[in-house]
Design a protein around this ligand. Sequence first.
Ligand code: FES
Length: 172
Amino acid sequence: MTKPLNSKLEEQYPELYAQVGEIVSKWGASRDNLIAVLLDVQSKSERNYLSKEAMLAVSEIMGIIVQDVYEVATFYHAISTKPRGRFLVQLCQGTSCTVNKVVNVKDALEAELGIKIGNSTPDELFTFEYTPCFGACDVSPAMRLNGKVVGNLTPETIKQIIGECREAAKNE
Ligand code: FES
């Protein structure tokens, strides 16, 4: 690890810096592990995204220039540099899901959430977006909910799943 001495960032954001440090230690500071590190840092963020400070900390701790970190973060579909909802709903738009009428699921999600795909709900509880195929074609149409695969979706199951998320948020 190439953490500089007396990092200003570490002084300003000690918790974030320590968390990123732990993640880099786990994966190793090699550039080959940058995507894994960024995904891991993102997964620890309450809003499912990589903040500017988190990217700076990754850059500093891994010894990779910040432009390179930013480029990877903005290129890679699974990483967001904008805050997302507490629940990240990623609907597959791959061939198998399309053939199995994912459009009906999309319509049901838009109706249930009251937003169009590509947006977040005003209460910041849900972000709804498309994702490429993630290999769950045998249970298509499928989505990932905070990274967990949920398949064989129908408009009815959508109602139930979103209801459970709202309930879970109320009880937090
Ligand atoms: S096509 Fe949707 S998971 Fe593969």
